[in-house]
Design a protein. Structure first.
Length: 339
């Protein structure tokens, strides 16, 4: 079975992925920003005793046992945070399954960050799985909890449910019709966060944005998910309306997406930044049925295996930036040609 990031899901023409994350701390230990290396290792040892019989196919791996390219590949798949990968190698660990749809970060910003990921818009099922894992862990580990405030976390914005739900969306038509700013402002006004994948306003983001809840205190997990879905549905609706507007200038749209496809499929060298911009147009053309040479699986492979670390994992070589640009162009041609 394909890993979640190669699968198609609900509304996958607009929604790339869903992530549910619970922040949890263990009773009796200081928070991460105040504990010692000895505390960190005790927490890892606790999880090492639990994980082998916990289920879900989880395996515990210490970050110090992973090479830098592997750690970066996990960052690129949004399984671990950059800060965790780069700064917590000596005290960090993950519990992860082969499908990579479950990943628990140990000793990141909190003692435990329980994550469930899925392709497309999959909030309810992802939440149910995350709750199931969370409850099972709580039976084995005493969580830091307050009757008034809920789950206690390092960052005040996570206190309460400790839930951060996020949706990755691809919004090229809203960008092309110059309506993206209005949508960003509207989402923020409804007490949700929305930001570009590589920082707000970045031209290299490939029109990908992350929508997530701001509030975690005084609201239930189900309410958070319901509110996020309402907002996401509105964003999807606006993006699809913008795509209809683009079809009114059919030749211009077809020219735009096929120019991007032509460069992508014939270039001898492609930087990561240039490729992200090209792929945004190519994905739009594929999703709208204009580009017939690609399908959703090929687009997912292009998204995954062209990123710097995953590219090196894919070819089994360590490459400098220039060599990666050459190899990226080769991989793109290969994925497009594959049946």
């Amino acid at each position: 079975m394909l890993n979640w990031y190669l699968q198609s899901g609900n509304e996958s023409d607009v929604v790339s992925s869903t992530r549910i994350r619970f922040a949890r701390n263990i009773k009796g230990f200081p928070f991460v920003n105040r504990y010692t290396k000895k505390d960190a290792n005790k927490i890892i040892e606790m999880m090492e005793n639990i994980i082998p019989n916990f289920g879900y196919g989880l395996k515990l791996i210490r970050l110090k046992d992973l090479d830098d390219i592997t750690k970066l590949s996990l960052v690129e798949k949004h399984l671990i945070s950059p800060e965790f990968a780069y700064n917590k190698s000596d005290i960090g660990a993950i519990a992860i399954n082969d499908d990579e749809n479950i990943c628990i970060m140990i000793n990141e910003e909190d003692h435990l960050r329980i994550q469930v990921l899925a392709a497309g818009l999959e909030l309810e099922n992802s939440l149910n799985l995350a709750i199931e894992i969370d409850k099972k862990l709580e039976e084995l580990i005493p969580y830091a909890y307050n009757d008034k405030y809920g789950f206690l976390t390092s960052c005040p914005t996570n206190v309460g449910t400790g839930l951060r739900a996020s949706i990755m969306v691809h919004l090229p038509a809203l960008s092309k019709t110059r309506n993206i700013r209005k949508v960003l402002e509207a989402v923020n006004s409804f007490d949700m966060n929305i930001r570009g994948l590589y920082g707000e306003g970045s031209k290299t983001s490939g029109d990908i944005y992350q929508i997530s809840n701001k509030q975690s205190l005084g609201i239930s997990e189900e309410e958070i998910i319901k509110n996020l879905k309402v907002i996401t549905d509105k964003v999807i609706e606006q993006e699809k309306l913008a795509r209809k507007i683009l079809t009114k200038k059919e030749i211009e749209l077809e020219d735009k997406v096929y120019r991007a496809f032509g460069i992508m499929s014939n270039a001898r060298k492609l930087s990561s930044e240039e490729f992200n911009i090209l792929l945004s147009d190519v994905k739009l053309g594929t999703d709208m049925g204009i580009i017939k040479e690609l399908n959703d699986l090929k687009v997912k492979k292009l998204q995954t295996y062209t990123k710097p670390a995953n590219l090196q994992k894919y070819v089994g070589q360590t490459l400098d930036a220039y060599s990666r640009d050459i190899k990226r162009a080769e991989i793109v041609k290969q994925i497009i040609r594959d049946q």
